[in-house]
Design a protein around this ligand. Structure first.
Ligand code: C2G
Length: 130
């Protein structure tokens, strides 16, 4: 069984997130999504609208996702890959090059982001409405 892993906040889940998950799953048989906890988001300088528990609940309903685990810090990726027998690590290409150190442990693939959509854009666009 070929296992894939990806990481993210996945706040206000949108088509860009789902397309990433769909393409990641297509690279193997099993997709693990490592979702940033609320505490780690604070470290990342992000404030998610949706709590970790709710973002986990939503992702577990996505047909491409097999397992959801917490991302608590920047330094867990190697142990996640080793401990979960991961074959392929996938991220959107806004992270291109940032995780190449994982090439010693698994395949590393950066996929093109979906243009025109982001959680930040959603938040800004919603400010325009009452
Ligand atoms: N993404 C995408 N297209 C978009 C928006 C996001 O392909 N229009 C991808 C991102 O490239 C990322 C994933 O969806 O691979 C999740 O995006 P975020 O929730 O913004 O993830 P981020 O906050 O960048 O967290 O340790 C890694 C970090 O946890 C990544």
């Amino acid at each position: 069984m070929k296992k894939v892993i990806t990481y993210g906040t996945f706040d206000l889940l949108h088509k860009g997130h789902v397309r990433l998950l769909k393409r990641a799953k297509a690279l193997g048989d099993h997709l693990t999504v490592c979702v940033s906890t609320d505490e780690f988001n604070a470290i990342k300088g992000k404030h998610a609208y949706t709590s970790y528990e709710d973002r986990k609940y939503i992702l577990e309903a996505i047909r491409y996702v097999n397992e959801v685990i917490p991302e608590k810090d920047w330094n867990q990726k190697i142990s996640d890959v080793v401990n979960n027998d991961i074959d392929t690590f996938v991220m959107g290409d806004d992270w291109k090059g940032k995780f190449d150190f994982l090439k010693d442990y698994c395949q590393v693939i950066y996929l093109p982001r979906t243009e025109g959509i982001s959680t930040t854009k959603i938040k800004k666009d919603l400010e325009l409405f009452d």
